[in-house]
Write a protein that binds this ligand. Structure first.
Ligand code: IPD
Length: 265
């Protein structure tokens, strides 16, 4: 039975429109191909002018429409509280965006208390929009999506996210375990789109040792509605800081979980 409501459906429609306008703004500001046009926040952690501009734009549009809703952004932190809360990553995949690459997105998730219930992820350079609402489904450009049926690791493609927050030996150990399974490794630099790829069946799994709520808030309901398995990211500290995530199709999830030592429950 659908757990949705007209109030939530109205919010998802509004979020789609706002994210679309934000994505157009980001496209207009996108640096040309070349060396990164960005500042470093820390080692290999980039910040562009667009990150701040897009977050401010989304925050003000959502506040005007839903003044009682909370708001949390990657750049500005928690600026408003509310039982419903929007969580935005203005540009996820900033390192790609800053070099004129195409694999980046605007990501806006909706939480009800501590439960992720809706999300919009738009990747304008790829012409793709993912949407999800609890009890309604997960969609790519309006068409339903589902996690892949691949159970055999030697036919699987598994992505691992990298950031400077994770010591090299820890990253290498998990990557080694993925390759020992015989899976094809990937690392694409945009956590939200990698998780969306798991939801749509383009990837069989995604692992990242330390990732933040804004990177995953819109993808979590997408994964749930698409039938993927996800480790308990929020329970493991994801609501208040960086935490580990494993997302995978349900057929390969137990094998991947055992191999990398990340529990699914
Ligand atoms: C980063 C990307 C990257 C992931 C990092 C994130 P940003 O987000 O999603 O793929 O591995 O953990 O911090 O900095 O591009 O918004």
């Amino acid at each position: 039975m659908s757990k949705s409501s007209p109030a939530l459906e109205c919010r998802l429609e509004a979020a789609k429109a706002v994210v679309h306008d934000a994505a157009r703004m980001a496209m207009a500001m996108r640096p040309p191909p070349g060396g990164p046009q960005a500042q470093l926040k820390s080692a290999q952690d980039w910040l562009t002018e667009t990150d701040g501009a897009v977050e401010t734009f989304i925050a003000s549009r959502m506040q005007a429409m839903f003044p009682d809703d909370g708001f949390q952004g990657e750049e500005g932190g928690m600026t408003r509280t509310g039982s419903l809360r929007w969580v935005v990553d203005p540009i996820d995949g900033t390192s790609n965006y800053a070099r004129g690459r195409s694999r980046w997105c605007v990501s806006l998730g909706l939480l009800d208390g501590d439960e992720p219930i809706g999300g919009v992820i738009e990747a304008p350079a790829l012409g793709e929009v993912y949407t999800a609402l609890r009890g309604v489904g997960a969609f790519l450009n309006g068409k339903p999506i589902h996690a892949s049926p691949i159970a055999d690791p030697t036919r699987a493609m598994i992505e691992m996210g990298w950031s400077g927050r994770v010591p090299k030996p820890v990253f290498m150990e998990k990557m080694d375990a993925i390759m020992e399974l015989g899976a094809m490794p990937r690392s694409g630099g945009c956590g939200a789109l990698a998780l969306a790829d798991v939801a749509s069946g383009r990837l069989d799994g995604y692992v990242e040792i330390v990732i933040n709520l804004w990177d995953v808030a819109a993808a979590l309901p997408l994964l749930a509605e698409a039938g993927a398995c996800v480790s308990p990211f929020l329970r493991d500290g994801g609501l208040t800081g960086g935490a580990t995530i494993l997302a995978a199709n349900p057929h390969i999830a137990p094998t991947l979980s055992r191999a990398v030592g990340i529990a699914l429950t």
